[in-house]
Design a protein around this ligand. Sequence first.
Ligand SMILES: N[C@@H](CCC(=O)N[C@@H](CS)C(=O)NCC(=O)O)C(=O)O
Length: 200
Amino acid sequence: MKLYYAPGSCSLAVHIALKETGQVCELAKVDVFTKAMDDGGDYRTVNPRGALPALALDEGGVLTEVAVLLQYVADKAGNVLIPAAGTLERYRVLEWLNHLATELHKSFSVLFNPVATDDFKQFVQQKLIRHFAEIDAVVGREEWLANGAYSVADIYAFVISNWAGMVGIDLSEFVALEAFRSRIAARPAVVAALQVEGLA
Ligand SMILES: N[C@@H](CCC(=O)N[C@@H](CS)C(=O)NCC(=O)O)C(=O)O
């Protein structure tokens, strides 16, 4: 497998899931803005949408979309980071993956967008703060987002929450969320992925 990634971006979630499950994967770094790959090629030849991440599969072909790649990587490792297909526990993890992808991840994309107006950014920030407040409440009651077990949903939430400080969102009032983030940051697989990406 080969993971196309940009340091600290949403591709980090897939990178962490690979490390957590001990799967060997080649890495190809991409400039998120220019789409240039380290070998000089244009990433859009891999993923015409230009968005990271993408995973080139051993069986051939390229798979995209963070939430899908997380399921793919977790499924390849058995039911370590995701419950078995068809179980309600599985749908609980998928519920979070979908929520994180559509409500949080893409809201951050607006905040990183230089053409978004300040008023709109403020509106989006408030929405994100409400979503982080919900996560704070959930991980205040239970250790992890779904089923009381660490899953790809927690990994995705961790990566997204890393962006808060970059766009002026202060998470320090969310004590349980900060503890959740620290628990994940301390995991050896997470430390290893961050080191490889030059972030630790
Ligand atoms: N729908 C895609 C969106 C991924 C996405 O927004 N990736 C960001 C990095 S976190 C990116 O590559 N942005 C640059 C672009 O879309 O051109 C997914 O869920 O994988």
